[in-house]
Design a protein around this ligand. Structure first.
Ligand code: HAM
Length: 427
């Protein structure tokens, strides 16, 4: 009997880790530079956090949540988090962050879980980087999170991306529009597919981003949401655009962009790579001024975004962009005789304490195969500690680049190697 990883999950093997480290440290450094503080939340939350926050009628909540089996009848019901924003707002309320200077700028990194049909770029466990600015309605913040997303991708070398931007107003402004949209689609109900008929009844706004061809054709003459929005909402949208313009970030207004989570108000955006399908969106977000209140807090405006790490990696690979390598050992300590294993072990330990990254040979292999391994590891030096060396109080140092060897007194070896590596300029 053997086991495999669950469908839609990935083992991230050592060869893949440089991508992960690079993306994470780039985002973390940027978050610090923008004044966003790191925060973590639990992997699972009360189901209600997601039902109320994301919306009970959304695909995420209705079809994709990993529900945990309660141990007792009366127990609270939990689900693995399908996204971070709702849990972050729960934490904001629970910890009284409204009493801190506003806005509270938060950076979040971690795995999420959605029971989706797995395919390239769509996983059941995936990792997100989130940025959330809670407690201010200033349109500069909408632009700030968009600029952050754009600069993150830019910093990783991704090019030719498209920023899609829209405003969807707030629920009060939307209500009469949604009635008008229903009135427009009602005569065509029979022509809509099953999904869109459900949307018509439950969440007509989602008709705007339907993938169905007939629905899309009908949308050409459907009422325009922007025309239904009050001047203040349009002014907010204008301000966001003005900030994007001064940052030199190009955008395309897509009046059909509404996103799949119910909490959005006003600004929504997505960033897509060239030729991307539905699974291609690198990241997206928007304003969610009603979410904190929905979760039991005081009315609190907020805006944020999330990007999927796996999708960034797919795009880096598709563009032939490779991450900087992770630091590996600089020195390999070879062992050539049974009697020198302890001396070699002690030498490796001393090297590391002196700040030198050292890997010790194990397993009693021939010197030839140890040198081959050292070559593969890419170390600058191999230190050979054989019986002759041990007796003479020396070590033999092999410069792997030059292929030259020289003896060094054992008591000076660590300091000398550290000095040489320093001079050679570490990688
Ligand atoms: P979302 O659009 O559901 O938004 O997800 C954001 C990003 O997470 C996507 O663009 C994609 O890169 C990645 N992603 C989502 N689902 C999957 C999946 N099944 N497999 C791989 N990657 C995936 C949100 O989650 C909002 N919470 C974003 C937000 C933050 N809005 C405001 N603040």
């Amino acid at each position: 009997m053997t086991f495999t990883a669950p469908r839609g999950t990935n083992d991230v093997l050592p060869a893949e880790q440089p991508y992960w480290r690079w993306i994470r440290t780039t985002a973390e450094d940027m978050a610090a530079a923008y004044g966003y503080q790191p925060i973590d939340t639990p992997l699972f939350e009360d189901v209600g956090v997601f039902e109320r926050g994301i919306g009970a009628g959304t695909d995420i909540v209705e079809k994709e949540m990993f529900l945990l089996q309660p141990r007792r009848e009366e127990a609270r019901r939990f689900a693995l988090r399908p996204e971070a924003t709702a849990g972050l707002c729960r934490a904001y309320i629970e910890h009284g962050m409204a009493n801190l200077p506003q806005p509270v700028r938060l950076y979040w990194y971690g795995p999420n879980f959605r029971y989706e049909r797995p395919q390239a770029g769509r996983l059941r466990q995936f990792t997100q980087i989130n940025l959330e600015a809670i407690g201010s309605a200033d349109p500069a913040l909408d632009a700030e999170v968009i600029v952050f997303a754009w600069r993150l991708y830019e910093g990783l070398g991704l090019q030719n991306l498209t920023l899609l931007l829209n405003t969807i107003g707030d629920p009060a402004a939307r209500a009469p529009y949604l009635e008008a949209l229903r009135a427009y689609f009602r005569p065509y109900l029979d022509e809509l597919d099953e999904d869109d008929r459900v949307r018509f009844h439950k969440n007509p706004l989602r008709l705007l981003d339907s993938k169905n061809e007939r629905t899309r054709a009908l949308l050409a003459h459907a009422p325009d949401l922007h025309e239904a929005l009050p001047p203040a909402a349009l002014a907010h949208f204008e301000r966001v655009q003005a900030y994007l313009q001064v940052a030199g970030i190009p955008y395309t207004i897509d009046k059909h962009l509404v996103r799949g989570l119910d909490y959005y108000t006003h600004t929504v955006f997505e960033i897509v790579p060239p030729g991307a399908g539905a699974q291609g969106t690198l990241g997206g977000g928007g304003r969610y001024d009603g979410l904190i209140e929905l979760l039991g807090g005081k009315p609190t405006p907020a805006v944020g975004f999330a990007t999927g790490v796996e999708r960034i990696i797919l795009n880096l690979k598709a563009n032939g962009i490779t991450p900087p390598p992770l630091p590996g050992p600089e020195v390999f300590v070879a062992v050539t005789a049974e009697g020198t294993t302890e001396a070699a072990f002690a030498l490796a330990d001393e090297l590391r304490r002196a700040g030198v990254r050292a890997q010790l040979a194990v397993g009693g292999h021939s010197l030839k195969s140890q040198l081959r391994l050292a070559g593969r590891l890419g170390v600058r030096y191999t230190v050979i500690l054989g019986e002759d060396e041990l007796r003479g109080g020396t070590v033999t140092v092999r410069d792997m680049g030059r292929g030259e060897q020289q003896p060094l007194p054992r008591e000076q070896a660590v300091a000398e190697l550290a000095r040489w590596l320093q001079q050679a300029g570490r990688t």
